[in-house]
Ligand binder design. Structure first.
Ligand SMILES: Nc1ncnc2c1ncn2[C@@H]1O[C@H](COP(=O)(O)OP(=O)(O)OP(=O)(O)O)[C@@H](O)[C@H]1O
Ligand SMILES: [Mg+2]
Length: 401
């Protein structure tokens, strides 16, 4: 080890440039070999030809000007190597050189390791997320994290988002598209009480608000129980309900108060903060359609309660494909999709619903030989007229059913 190297620290070296012309000279602090720099520059990297140490020279590199020489990271390795090869080992000096070098090197290595670790962590998180159950965080009305392990209808997330923000939702979609099932699943996933009313014109206010028995005792309805106690309540087929009866819900939907005239001792029910009200319908409540002829036009004020809460629910191909695979009718489900599309195009007023997959699948599972695609389609379309069948069973579907 040369005196120069042992006495040096690995911080800055004040040094003065000498010489003139195109090359200025300065001595290598390690071995005193001559380094050349260019005048007029303020920053220069030089490797000493003698000891191979790399230097960063900073400052005004004109002759006579003081400048700073900074040993670069690689240099420490060379100094140590040089010590070992000469056999002139000064252990304390080597240790001090290495320790000083480590001070500079370790933070750089550490930040590199951390950056790699960060990238590795992101990759791991991604990999874990791809196999872990989907976790959804609901803020309101129920502060709860829901872990979902199975598949859900494609509208599930939108429904969760809507009820989280508004405490209510209005699901609109064709028959058998999964509206009722969605509501049941949401209540189950949230581990909440679930109640529902299948609405018809015969539904009375007492079905919604509860009634009084012959002894004058109040018999609560499921709706009042959930309204006051929390849970998910579904008004299924709300567009089949008498629009005037539906008006009793208006206050409940808007202000969180429900008038319960059959309960004299507590005639006003207060909505529980964790009550979610969902309505499901085949129409938007604007009256009967060509397919859904038994539907009523709902009062504008009732519909207004559901502003921004409407969700259009359609058939979920992924769910249907999964159901069909489970029943062993994957070839049938493709035909069902084609029939559905053709029926839509030809304006055939028949629902071609997920129930075709579920019920057809069940028949097939009981007797796969008998219930092949052709036999199932004949069964599923037995109520269709010849003309209707001719309109949808075109191309490759011709002759089926
Ligand atoms: N996510 C799902 N997974 C498995 N089966 C489903 C799913 N969604 C719906 N189904 C099945 O599809 C059929 C129709 O679903 P559902 O009764 O929920 O539809 P709907 O939209 O409420 O129909 P409607 O308008 O006639 O009341 C049912 O047999 C149901 O079991
Ligand atoms: Mg339903």
């Amino acid at each position: 080890m040369t005196t120069n190297a042992t006495s040096d620290t690995f911080s800055n070296h004040p040094y003065t440039v000498t010489g003139s012309g195109t090359h200025h000279k300065m001595a290598c602090p390690d071995c005193t070999n001559t380094l050349h720099t260019h005048p007029g520059t303020t920053r220069s990297r030089r490797t000493c030809r003698g000891c191979k140490t790399k230097w960063l020279i900073l400052g005004n590199l004109d002759a006579g000007e003081p400048c700073t020489m900074r040993r670069l990271h690689g240099a420490s390795t060379q100094v140590v190597e040089r010590t070992v090869t000469t056999g002139d080992t000064d252990e304390a000096a080597v240790r001090s050189i290495v320790l000083e070098a480590m001070k500079e090197i370790v933070p750089a290595i550490k930040s590199k390791v951390e950056a790699n670790a960060e990238a590795g962590r992101a990759y791991t998180d991604e990999a874990v997320a791809s196999v872990a159950p989907i976790v959804r965080k609901l803020i309101a009305p129920v502060s709860k994290t829901v872990e979902i392990t199975g598949d859900r209808h494609y509208c599930y997330d939108e429904l969760m988002e809507t009820i989280t923000a508004l405490n209510l939702a209005f699901l609109v979609g064709p028959a058998g598209s999964g509206k009722t099932t969605l509501c049941e699943q949401v209540a189950k996933d949230l581990e909440m009480d679930f109640g529902f009313l299948s609405c018809t014109e015969g539904l009375s206010e007492a079905h919604i608000l509860g009634r009084m028995d012959i002894n004058g005792n109040y018999i609560p309805s499921d709706f009042v129980r959930i309204f006051e106690g929390g849970g998910v309540f579904l008004f299924d087929e709300i567009d089949a309900m008498d629009s005037n009866v539906a008006i009793v819900l208006n206050e409940a939907l808007a202000n969180g108060n429900l008038s319960v005239p059959n309960r004299p001792d507590a005639p006003i029910a207060k909505k529980h903060p964790e009550t979610i009200i969902i309505a499901a319908a085949n129409t938007f409540g604007t009256g009967a359609s060509a397919v859904y002829v038994g539907r009523n036009q709902l009062d504008g004020a009732t519909l207004d309660r559901f502003s921004a809460a409407q969700i259009a629910v359609n058939y979920d191909h992924d769910r249907e494909a999964a159901l069909a695979a489970g029943y062993g009718i994957s070839s049938l489900v493709k035909k069902i999709w084609a029939i559905r599309e053709n029926a839509l195009q030809a304006k055939v007023r028949r629902p071609v619903s997920t129930r075709w997959v579920v019920n057809g699948g069940k028949l097939h599972a009981g007797n796969p030989e008998k219930w092949n695609d052709k036999a199932l389609l004949a069964k599923l379309m037995c109520a269709w007229t010849e003309q209707e069948r001719a309109k949808v069973l075109t191309g490759e579907l011709s002759g089926l059913a």
